[in-house]
Every structure is written in C-alpha cells, then in structure tokens.
Design a protein around this ligand. Structure first.
Ligand code: COA
Length: 265
C-alpha cells in the first residue's frame, strides 16, 4: 500500500466493528487500529471479545469490547452510546456480524431462516439506525460487510442470499438518505477468503479449496488482509466521493463468465 496509507491515517478517530472479535471483521479492526483508530468491537462471546481487544492493543491502539447481540436494538443503542461515551466520537461503523449454516430451504425451519436474516440484515439496520446520531460529523462512514450471496443465488444459502441482497440495498438507500448529513454508506463484498469460518463451512477440504481457486481469475484465495486494505481505502479520505457503492474484493471471482468453455480460457 502507498506511503499515504502507512501513516496514522485514522489518528484520533474511533471505529466500531460489529462481529469484530474474529475472522475478516477482526482483520478489518486490526487494520484500522494499525492506521491509528481507537477500536470498539462488539460480539456475543466475552472470551473472544477479550482476545480481540488484546490483538488490537498489540496493533498499537486503545480498544474495548462490548457484549451484545445485533438483533437486539436496545442493546445496540446502549453499546454504541457507551463506546461514544468512552472515546467521545464515532467516525467509522463497520457492520460485520453475520450468521450462516448450510441447509436446503426445506431443511431449515422458519426460525432458522429468520435467525440469519435477523443477524445479517436486521442487525445491520439496527447498528446503522442506532449509530447514525453519533456519526454526523465530517468524514463519517458506514461499511456494511456483504457477501457474494447478495448477487449470486446459491443452493443451501436461501437465508444468507436473501439477507445479504437486503444488506446491499439497505446500503444504497441509506447512502441516499444520509448523504445530506455528510455520512457515507458503502459495502464490501469479500470473495473466497482463506482461513475464514465461512470458507471452512462452505468449502472446508483442501480439495474443495483447490476447486474454488480454479474459478478465481487471480488464481488464489483472498486473504483477510486483502479485504482489510480495501476497507481502509473505503474509510479513508481517498474515497471521500464514494457512497452507496458495493465494492467487490474477490480476485475477479464474481466475473464468472464462460472461460471454462473456451480452450485455455
Ligand atoms: N441446519 C438447519 N437449521 C439450523 C442449523 C442447521 N445447520 N443451525 C441452526 N439452525 C436453526 C435452529 O434449529 C433454530 O431453529 P428452530 O428454533 O426452528 O430449531 C434456528 O436455526 C436458530 O438456531 P439457534 O442456534 O437458536 O440460533 P442462534 O441465534 O444461537 O444462532 C445461527 C445463529 C443459526 C446463525 C448459528 O449458526 C450461529 O450462531 N453461527 C455462528 C456464527 C456464524 O455462523 N458465523 C459464520 C459467518 S459466515
């Protein structure tokens, strides 16, 4: 990354990351911490929260954990108010909390479908809705973590496809409604990322991973750092005229195309 991004680009800022206690979301939180932001991470599991705070402090910043479930609006309001009380401001809100389990539509109950829609979509709405009042200041930005399921239908993923398509559309609507207040709202779509719970659940074996790699034009799985760098760009002044955009960070995976039909393609 260029010199500008190696400086303390986010010094003095406060970033709040839901689901920021593990995986891609912790990677994003760590990158924002390395860029100088103070971090609040929110999740359900206290032990994972404490470990995440340690990782973030090692990245050289102040950090705190908030235990809450994004499905509970009042708890989100409380957590955000507490975090803003601690650091005095809110500049960056990353909505990464998500749930998933592979099951055919007929293999999930109405409650199973609702659990994922509630975490991914309603949880994102709750965080945005509760966070907005704190975000109204120059440079404020919301980043919603989407997924390829938002645009590509996938068997065994009816709940996630429905929820993440909603997240993309929520991103665009909020960008329109909140632009006047100077709040940017964007989304990031990580493709297949090595070592994540999502990859483990959907393509866990070495054979499955190799099959996925063959469909990525850049010829490899992504890394957590690939996604974190893209988020750093989105929250930086370099992206100050970007709002409502859903940035795909997937090595070209989503291009699909008909390359497999063409010899050598
Ligand atoms: N197949 C079918 N249904 C399933 C399921 C599976 N593998 N796993 C959970 N469900 C159903 C449950 O049976 C329940 O429905 P029911 O009440 O009709 O029986 C419903 O989903 C809610 O399950 P519960 O465990 O009570 O909900 P939760 O809120 O604690 O968990 C989930 C949320 C379901 C998303 C859970 O998978 C989870 O917490 N996962 C961890 C986070 C994660 O998925 N991370 C990956 C992100 S990519």
């Amino acid at each position: 990354m260029s010199g500008a991004f190696q400086t303390q680009l986010l010094a003095g800022k406060h970033a709040f990351v839901t689901g920021g206690t593990s995986g891609i979301n912790l990677g994003i939180a760590r990158r924002l911490a390395q860029a100088g932001a103070r971090l609040s991470v929110l999740g359900r599991n206290v032990e994972r929260g404490q470990q995440a705070v340690h990782v973030l402090q090692e990245a050289g910043t102040e950090a705190a954990f908030h235990q809450a479930d994004v499905r509970e609006y009042a708890a989100m309001e409380r957590a955000l108010a507490e975090a803003v009380g601690r650091w005095g401001r809110l500049d960056i809100l990353v909505n990464g909390a998500a749930g998933n389990f592979p099951a055919p539509a007929l293999g999930m109950s109405s409650n199973g479908f609702r659990a994922v829609v509630d975490i991914d979509l309603v949880g994102t709405f709750n965080s945005c809705r509760a966070g907005f009042q704190h975000l109204q200041q120059p440079g404020a930005v919301v980043v919603n973590v989407s997924a390829p399921q938002a645009y590509a239908p996938a068997p065994f993923q009816a709940h996630v496809c429905a929820a993440k398509a909603g997240v993309d559309m929520l991103t665009r609507v909020l960008a329109m409604e909140w632009g006047g207040a100077g709040v940017r709202v964007v989304a990031i779509t990580p493709g297949p990322i090595a070592g994540t719970e999502g990859m483990q659940r959907l393509a866990g074996s070495a054979e499955d991973a190799a099959r996925v790699v063959r469909t990525v034009p850049l010829g490899r799985l992504g890394t957590v750092e690939d996604v974190a760098e893209a988020v750093l760009f989105l929250v930086s002044p370099a992206a100050s005229f970007i709002t409502g955009a859903v940035l795909v960070c997937d090595g070209g995976w989503s291009l699909g195309g008909l390359g497999h039909l063409v010899p050598g393609g």
